[in-house]
Write a protein that binds this ligand. Structure first.
Ligand code: NDP
Length: 446
């Protein structure tokens, strides 16, 4: 009996009501994988699809903490342990007021395939909280992180589940959580990645997602005899991924002209050079200010409440959040001559936008392939922690480049549709699926 996409999705939706982002992520993968399973029926007999959409474990917990006024605040904490088929659960923690079970299940599901593509032995997970670090003092962020980790610590460990950062979780938050884990467990281990260099972090980890996304774009362009050099790029977001995307584009000779945050976007037609980027890093990572301040400082236009996809570009790097490019925006990108979309953020394009990219056969690098560099270097951080060694910047960067190249090759292997067209969506989904599915088959009914 062959799978029917509609029937399969109807069951997933009935079993996971209201989790729209999770439905969206499952649909995107299953749509690509069903034709592959039809050619390889062993996966159907192994009921791999039915198993892979069900998290191995979901943990939800109360996170009470005292704010600076002495008032008790209560948030909700989550960890989704999606798949341990090929290694310990691995994936970031997101602190953002929009966080809910459906969003974290979508992210954990995506993570399974992404981690498989990296070639490293990492399963998939994701977690976080509806806590909003914005506007909180360092003391309040620390109190929250300590309370969050007081519960989470019993579920994680260097051989079990190794969280990292994501939206709202950077070096500061990882530090507070690591401190609390160590205090409760009395263990100095690689239980979190994204640590600072002095206490177990890896060189290039902060840069890895942005750099990796640009390396992936460069691979896609190279296959067409082209490169990032001389290209005009639009970037959304202004956090970790956006910042290091710009740094690498500048290094490769491209020009980035936009940045955004939840307030709006700035357009700098002269390009965001490294001096301006240093300003943005200080503004966002130290001062924790708004991107509008860039417009005031450099006398460029600020578009309140808008996204940057109307700006003419060759390459778009969505690097803020999920569903930030709709179908009309995708059409505008193509109309303005965009030849490449490389996703730094997770699931930034709605399904109808992806259809537009595929119909127009532009170079479209989906998140699970294009932004896998972050988790790949997290995997390298785990290796260094186990070895109790630190590799040099060049060594980690070369490994990152090699991994992005290999992810690109996997996408080409499973996604080539003709001599001059690669469907990277199918390539990434099938390429990520095979290793996890084969491991599940080998490990029996688990
Ligand atoms: P940061 O918290 O450092 O930055 C997030 C940026 O996106 C901020 O500029 C933020 O603006 C903006 N943003 C967040 N939510 C929204 C929203 N709902 N609407 C508009 N803008 C928004 O996060 P990262 O840079 O780490 O993550 C960005 C994306 O990259 C996410 O999708 C994440 O899952 C993905 N990713 C991150 C990895 C990593 O290693 N960090 C690895 C792989 C993927 P504001 O400050 O106003 O909220």
């Amino acid at each position: 009996m062959a799978y029917n996409l509609k029937d399969f999705m109807a069951k997933v939706i009935a079993k996971n009501p209201g989790e729209v982002e999770f439905h969206q992520a499952v649909h995107e993968v299953v749509e690509s994988v069903i034709p592959f399973i039809e050619e390889n029926p062993k996966y159907e007999h192994g009921r791999i699809l039915e198993r892979i959409v069900e998290p191995e474990r979901v943990i939800m917990f109360r996170v009470p903490w005292l704010d600076d006024k002495g008032i008790i605040q209560v948030n909700r904490g989550f960890r989704i342990e999606m798949s341990s088929a090929i290694g310990p659960y691995k994936g970031g923690l997101r602190f953002h007021p929009t966080v809910n079970l459906g969003i974290l299940k979508f992210l954990a599901f995506e993570q399974v395939f992404k981690n498989s593509l990296t070639t490293l032995p990492m399963g998939g997970g994701k977690g976080g909280s509806d806590f909003d670090p914005k506007g909180k003092s360092d003391n309040e962020v620390m109190k929250f992180c300590q309370s969050f980790m007081t519960e989470l610590q019993r579920h994680i460990g260097p051989n079990t589940d190794v969280p990292a950062g994501d939206i709202g979780v950077g070096g500061r938050e990882i530090g507070f959580m690591f401190g609390q884990y160590k205090r409760i467990r009395d263990e100095f281990t690689g239980v979190l990645t994204g640590k600072a260099l002095e206490w177990g972090g890896s060189l290039i980890r902060p840069e890895a997602t942005g750099y990796g996304t640009v390396y992936f774009a460069e691979e896609m362009l190279n296959l067409k005899g082209d490169s990032v050099k001389g290209k005009i790029c639009t970037v959304s977001g202004s956090g970790n991924v956006a910042q290091y995307t710009i740094e690498k584009v500048n290094e490769l000779g491209g020009k980035c002209v936009t940045l955004s945050d939840s307030g709006g976007y700035i357009y700098d037609p002269d390009g965001i050079d490294n001096d301006k980027l240093n300003y943005v890093m200080h503004l966002k990572n130290v001062k924790r200010g708004r991107i509008q301040e860039y417009a005031d400082k450099y006398d460029v236009q600020y578009f309140e409440g808008q996204r940057p996809w109307g700006v003419k570009c060759d390459i778009a790097f969505p690097s803020a959040t999920q569903n930030e490019i709709n179908a009309d925006e995708a059409k505008t990108l193509i109309k303005n001559g965009c030849i490449c979309v490389a996703e730094g953020a997770n699931m930034p394009s709605v399904p109808e936008a992806i259809e537009v990219y595929l119909e127009n056969k532009i170079l479209y690098g989906p998140a699970k392939a294009a932004n896998a560099g972050g988790v790949a270097v997290s995997g390298l951080e785990m290796s260094q922690n186990s070895l109790r060694l630190s590799w040099t910047r060049e060594e980690v960067d070369n490994r990152l480049k090699g991994i992005m190249k290999s992810i690109h090759e996997t996408c080409v292997k499973y996604g080539r549709e003709s001599s001059d067209y690669v469907n990277y969506v199918a390539g990434a989904n099938i390429g990520g699926f095979v290793k996890v599915a084969d491991s599940m088959m080998a490990q029996g009914v688990v």
